[in-house]
Ligand binder design. Sequence first.
Ligand code: NAP
Length: 490
Amino acid sequence: MATERTSLFIFFGGTGDLAYRKLYPSMFNLYKKGTLREHFAVIGTSRNKLTDQAFQDEVRKSLGTAKSDKEAEKFISHFFYEAHDVTDKEHYSVLRDRANELDKQFKLQGNRIFYLSLAPSFFGTVAGYLKETGLTDSQGFDRLIIEKPFGRDFDSAKQLNDALSKSFEEDQIFRIDHYLGKEMIQNIEAVRFGNTLVESLWNNRYIDNIQVTLSEKLGVEERASYYDNSGALRDMVQNHIMQIVSLLAMEQPVSFTDVDIRAEKVKALRSLRVYNVADASTNFVRGQYGAGDSQRAYRDEDNVPHDSTNETFVAGKLLFDNYRWSGTPFYIRTGKMLADKFTRVDVVFKKPLIDIFSFPQNHNAPLEANVLTMYIEPKAGFTLRLNAKTNGQGFQTTPINLDYFVDDKDSKETPEPYERLLHDTMKGDGTNFASWSEVSYAWRFVDQIRKVWDLQQPEFPNYTPGSMGPAAADELIQRDHRQWVYRLNK
Ligand SMILES: NC(=O)c1ccc[n+]([C@@H]2O[C@H](COP(=O)([O-])OP(=O)(O)OC[C@H]3O[C@@H](n4cnc5c(N)ncnc54)[C@H](OP(=O)(O)O)[C@@H]3O)[C@@H](O)[C@H]2O)c1
């Protein structure tokens, strides 16, 4: 049985899509596993006027349970509601009194987690009022969970961070990047630092290049108005991709703790080369999808302007100026309306310096590079591609795969990212959250690309739905005499 954690949760934006679709079901999973038992309570807030009862009915719907489900009903009985406009400073005292009451009723030891599942423009305001009204004055811990996006460039992110840090210390702020909650992203550390075989080869002497692909099959759906102001660079690269890349590039941490892991990630990001105008233009490609067989072009989607120059695809080459990675590029790509939905990392090793099997009488195909593929989602696992002798007479080589995949039974038990991240917050473990330093270095890199793109008019649309992005994304890697490991028509 899991260790019981004790806390009051106050969800700002507690009637929103994220809360109902992800947060409450994740909390229920924690309840079923025993991490949450008797000593927790939830206050949901929004401007909507709901009774506790009506809120509990909505929570039940979000869990998909019936009133006859005793376990679910016990869990739901810990949920309460306060109609609260986050801009109304006076009303925070009502929230405080309710929090104090629940603290006594459920013996919560003054532990509080404030989850801001709101538009980012409110983050600073809420943090300030929580402090000013004394909601953070209880005896236990006070932790603030912030949803993405954290700013839209370095300056706005810094402004937000300055506002938050007036009320909360860095180790009280948990910036969500739900990719960090994914099982296989956490496996990057296990595979790297748990295996001599892997870590001893994990450098520019043996690795030719690393490829990170976050591919989405769907378009913008109902997020068009947000997405058209954000684009793939801000929405996917600045946060998720930079986090994955820093885990792949970092040195071995002194210990497996949030402080030491973050220190190494920051060090890696500091050595990421920030491009000048010419290099940003050469090393980054953007795209926007046009119309497909039964698919509208991005510019024809609801709530997207007909002349939008927003990118729905990014590919790029990242270079680290440090001893481990100098000369070994990291290629990244992400986009909407691509061939399939998946996230994977392909680590391409250098070929043997001499191919002794390839001599004229042998007619053997040249040796292929070893590739370690980490499948992040939807399937989770690894493949290591090696060269081996084909069975039978003669001496031919062929690539074979060593595979490990999480089986269906285990994958059902894999915690959802939000479940893991809520649990980590209760433990006070910031490993799987983005620190301010990481966020700020990521913005500095991304801002340069954005700046260059904002000066140039793109030729959009430039890729068809169901492809793997514009031709320029293939040219980007082919120019270096390489190719994407995952490609169509292979
Ligand atoms: N949905 C997702 O899958 C997802 C994924 C990643 C990140 N996020 C991030 O998570 C946050 C929430 O997203 P969401 O999709 O849940 O948004 P949403 O469905 O629009 O919900 C917003 C919530 O905020 C409340 N709200 C708005 N103005 C308020 C005010 N002045 N005072 C108090 N409450 C207010 C809304 O209720 P009332 O209007 O009734 O007040 C509602 O409960 C955003 O930062 C978003 O970027 C969401």
